[in-house]
Structures are given as C-alpha cells and as structure tokens.
Design a protein around this ligand. Sequence first.
Ligand code: GDP
Ligand code: MG
Length: 299
Amino acid sequence: LNSYVGFDTITKQIEAKLLKRGFQFNVIAVGQTGLGKSTLINTIFASHLIDTKGRFEPDEPVRQTTEIQAVSHIVQENNVKLRLNIVDTPGYGDLVNNEGCWDPIIKYIKDQHSAYLRKELTAMRDKYIVDTRIHCCLYFIAPTGHSLKAIDITVMKKLSEVVNVVPVIAKSDSLTLEERELFKERIRAELAHHSIRAYPFDNEENDAEESTLNEAIRNMIPFAVVGSERNVIIDGKPVRGRKNRWGVINVENEQHCEFNYLRNFLTRTHLQDLIETTAQIHYEAFRSKQLLALKESSA
Ligand code: GDP
Ligand code: MG
C-alpha cells in the first residue's frame, strides 16, 4: 500500500514560486562623502551585476544638499535573481553646519513605508506590491581611531528607530590592527551608552544557533572594512585589493579586514532576516502608528 500523497513537495513548490518571483533587497548607504560608500557597494555586488538601470556609480560632484538617489540592479547567482536597490546619500554631512542633514534620509525611509502602506490599503491591491522599503542601512564611520562624532550618534540613533542599521568603519586600512580593535570596542561602548540598537536583534523564534551567531555579530560590529574596485595580482591570481607603499591589502583576506564577514553577514546569513525584520518590526511600527492616527482622525 502506497500511502504517500506527496505534500512534502510543498517546499519545492514554494521554492519554484519564489524563484520565479525573485527577491527584492534595498540598501541605503549613509555617511560622509569620500568614505568609500560607492566603492564598498561595488565590491560587494558589482561582480554579479547583470543589469543596471542608471549607472552603478553615480559619481556626483560634492553637493551642497543631500540628494537621495536610488539605483536599481539585477544581480544573479545560479538561478536566483535578486533585485537590488542601492540608495546613495551624496553630500550628507559635508557642510559646516550639519544640523538636520539627516532629515531627508529619515523622510526617504518613511516615505517608502508610507508608499507600501498605501498600496496595501488599496481595495484592488496588486498581487505583489513592489517593495521599496529599506532593508538595511550601512552606516559609514570615519576611521578616526578616536570615537564617534556627535553627528554619528545623533544620526544612528534616529536611523535605528526606522531601519536596520549596520555600522561599518570605512577605509579601515588607515588604522593599525590595535587601533582598529580599540576603536571598535569604543564604538560598541558608545552605541550601548546611547542605547542605539544596531542590527541584528534577537527574537523569540531564533534557535540557539541563531542567537549565538547574532551574539557573535554584535560583538564584532562595527565591521572594519576596506573596499576596492580594482583587482591586484596576489600569488598569480587577481583579487579585489589596494596597493599602497607598504604592500597589498587583499579585501577578501580576513587577516586584512572584515569585508568578508560583512559580505557573508549581508548576503549569506542575514539577507532573509533583514527583509523579515524590516517588515515585522520597522514597517509594523510605522503601520500601526499610521492606522491609529487614521482611526483617531476619523473618530
Ligand atoms: P563615497 O563618496 O563615500 O561614495 O566614496 P567613494 O567610494 O567614491 O570613494 C572615495 C575615494 O576613496 C576613492 O578614491 C576610493 O578609491 C577611495 N576608497 C574607497 N574605499 C577605500 C578604502 O577602503 N580604503 C582606502 N584607502 N581608500 C578607499
Ligand atoms: Mg559615492
């Protein structure tokens, strides 16, 4: 007697459906001009690029005001297509007086939530809502080796209330390994002191393994990264790297910098969780606030 009915193929059915639909991932890069934002994003994703609307690197002149621009790409690995929106924030924090320079960034993030909510509330809503909600904010910290700037604290605090914030130390090749470790420790202490909740968060659904991984990541942030859009030859092989007077930095070598950890974290271990956390925590908070306001105004 064969009692097999085959519902165990549902995982395959879901996979096929998801693959057909594709995935959407939206990242925003925040930090002062020249900290290597465009370079790092390119180092993470550019080699997988198959289609780009607009230029991958909008090499803009330094602007007087923050002008936020999104560029869409499709990246592909095996049979998985990822629609990637990369939002750049040129000109941020470049002025003598940077008071309020973060407002357009916060507004941009909230606007995406609001657009999504509007589509959700439409009676004849689309089967799939195009998701422009920002899943991850890479926050670039200047490699001063001292402490966070006041603006970093203010902005990360505000950002962490609306989006998953992943802090990175930019251009960390300018710090010695000891300087880097001390700087990282100090930044973690400052984040804790100012109650800035960086991603990842723990949730009840996490199993022991996931909680341990998240704990390890929280003890590692901010990732000290180096970016490069050029290949250098190491042992006869081309690698992403930077050559300076003292030698060559291999961006992907874990003894040299934490680029690999960041990339694994974003793409291999936490991509789905970044998307889910955005929907379940950040968007949900926005949504319930909006709906409450709506109810009160109609009461
Ligand atoms: P953005 O303004 O933040 O987008 O910065 P860019 O990506 O345009 O980089 C500004 C300059 O810094 C460029 O000349 C890059 O080659 C250089 N740069 C980018 N990343 C690094 C890095 O990790 N280390 C060093 N030393 N230079 C970098
Ligand atoms: Mg740039």
